[in-house]
Design a protein around this ligand. Sequence first.
Ligand code: ATP
Ligand code: MG
Length: 411
Amino acid sequence: CRTMDGPELELTIPAGEAPRAAGATADEERIISMNEMILLKLGELVLKGLNRNTFENALIKNIRRRLAPLGEFEVRMAQSTITVTPGEGADFEGAVERVRKIFGVITFSRACVTEKSMEAVCAAAVEYLRPQLSRVRTFKVETKRSDKKFPFNSPQISAEVGACLLDAFPNLTVNVHEPDVTVRVEIRDFAAYVHGEPEQGAGGIPVGTGGKAAILISGGIDSPVAAWMMAKRGVELTPIHFASPPYTSERAEQKVAQLLSRVAAYAGRMYMITVPFARVQEEILDKCPEDYFTILIRRFMMRVSERIAQIEGCAALITGESLGQVASQTLQAIAATDDAATMPVFRPLIGMDKSEIVAVSRRIDTFDLSILPYEDCCTVFTPRHPRTRPELEAVREAESALDVEALVNAC
Ligand code: ATP
Ligand code: MG
């Protein structure tokens, strides 16, 4: 977190090691000596043709970064699957939690890794899946064999593992059409893996592969959701927050930083840039007609954000606006706001209802913080009767009383 000329403070997850190329770098013995690991299946990535390598490498890099604070993990890619294997003392449960929030992963499974023999695979299926299998009545086994040198084919492996499970669990029968549990066996290059139902991953595409954009972040419900949605589409975020001390408090700013650290669990490490905005707002209050305050304030936010975005190498601005939600979010007001920007402005929530936005906000765990009652610079200077359909010419006219360039520079 830093102000434009203030000190830097790291908000969340520290950088991990540099990415390593995916491939057969690990030693087989070591993987096999470790028991539980995570198998991740990639989402849209598999569709990306020539870009696929870039996407996969970005995803591996993101995974390594997010897991670095939890200990040593081996992360590698083979055949559209990433394996995450914990080293001695690494926080495996913590890793599962973090993996759940990494964009680019469509599903993931906690899995048991074993040596590649029928005996070991059967024993692993019985022991590792005991808690699930002892609670259900029906199952089937699905096998994927990417190591074609393994001496049994997939149907043979499924049949053998199925027979072992029937022996071990008298409560079970096979149902290939609608099983309560599907036991999955994967015979891969370095080891065999056994797991149950995969869990939904965060979806989306890896952060960093969609370029960089600045998110205008307030302490409200909407902008953290907008940030999350764009990060989900691979965009790396630079958060910009407008604060108006002494009208807004330091606590209000800290709340925004805290909100961002929740978003960072998905979007990765970010630095928040806080812009001191009181002077601009006082000037507008002094020199412009009251019913244009909101729209003029928003035009300044766009200009200042664009300036910062250029410095930070961002190609677009993002806001949490939703059509018709408040006076400044009508078509005319949005047009008058965008008139002050030259970069594309993305508004991912534009067609969403508040209840839909709240649902996402709860899901990404920002809602409880967002509703804490701290003041925002916009709420401090709210006019009694804001224009809901401002004419662009009238807005420009109202603004002409100000030295726009000097004010933006001062910010
Ligand atoms: P939010 O819930 O995100 O605060 P809102 O419904 O309260 O949105 P506004 O206050 O009009 O609507 O803000 C619209 C958008 O403008 C916000 O989503 C955010 O992108 C941006 N914005 C508002 N206030 C600030 C601020 N203090 N700093 C940075 N951006 C802001
Ligand atoms: Mg707000």
